[in-house]
Design a protein around this ligand. Structure first.
Ligand SMILES: *Cc1c(COP(=O)(O)O)cnc(C)c1O
Length: 242
């Protein structure tokens, strides 16, 4: 990988970290309240090694097949790597997941961010049970007013969260949303504020609140807004690699 590319990614990361810290402090949060998931869907495998060197060990992919391939590649690489990592690598499944792919990704990921139906959550719970574990899942909510293909409707989120929280082998760990596609700042702020309000409401419900601690919102174009609105995880791809 060319040294110039490495330096560019490192510089981008500094800018992102600075802006996240500033947005957090401005809104009365700890400067390090937001963690970065590096979204690797559009980069070569070599770039992932560089991310690890920069201390980015939380990685995200949006397709099951590519996640599985990369997780395997990374395992092989980590077996050869001499320098220790600052933290273990953790894969996040952030894209739409079909039920027949659950068994592929479940053994590989730390969390699935894109659960938007009871049937999918049930499938995950059953597969997790068969493996003798509980899976961390996020409920994906469609908070913008525009049509989006994925995510449950805002009004359906609370009852769905209740049902999901009662499944035996999943832990409802977080909520996830995508900002509006048009990127309008006011609309984005509004969408993220709505997810935070839902998050705060659900945290008052004993049966649902137990494991609920993460807000996954914000991407390259809107991570500062997300940080101001309470995100704990931002999912960033192009702003790192541009
Ligand atoms: C690709 C993707 C991201 C990252 O998008 P960028 O705009 O490149 O930062 C975040 N979340 C999901 C679900 C994605 O598919």
């Amino acid at each position: 990988m060319p040294a110039a590319t490495k330096r560019r990614i490192e510089k981008n990361l500094h800018v992102i970290r600075d802006r996240l810290a500033e947005a957090c402090v401005q809104s009365g949060r700890d400067a390090d309240a937001v963690r970065i998931i590096a979204v690797t869907k559009s980069v070569e495998f070599d770039t992932i090694k560089h991310l690890l060197d920069l201390g980015l060990t939380e990685l995200g992919e949006n397709r099951a097949q590519q996640l599985a391939e990369r997780a395997a590649q990374l395992d092989a690489y980590l077996g050869r790597r001499r320098t220790p990592l600052p933290a273990p690598v953790r894969w996040h499944m952030i894209g739409h997941l079909q039920r027949n792919k659950v068994k592929t990704v479940l053994p590989l990921v730390t969390a699935i961010h894109s659960v938007d139906s009871l049937r999918l959550a049930e499938e995950i719970s059953e597969r997790a049970a068969a493996r003798g574990l509980s899976a961390d899942i996020f409920l994906q909510v469609n908070c913008s007013n525009e049509e989006q293909k994925f995510g449950c409707a805002m009004g359906a989120a609370a009852p769905l969260a209740d049902m999901i929280a009662s499944l035996p082998h999943v832990r409802l760990t977080g909520l996830m949303t995508m900002g509006p596609r048009d990127g309008n700042p006011a609309g984005t702020e509004n969408a993220f504020a709505r997810l935070r309000e839902l998050f705060e409401e659900l945290q008052k419900e004993v049966a649902v609140a137990q494991n609920l601690r993460e807000l996954s919102m914000g991407m390259s174009g809107d991570y500062e807004i997300a940080a101001r609105q309470g995100a704990t995880l931002v999912r960033i791809g192009s702003a790192l690699f541009a």
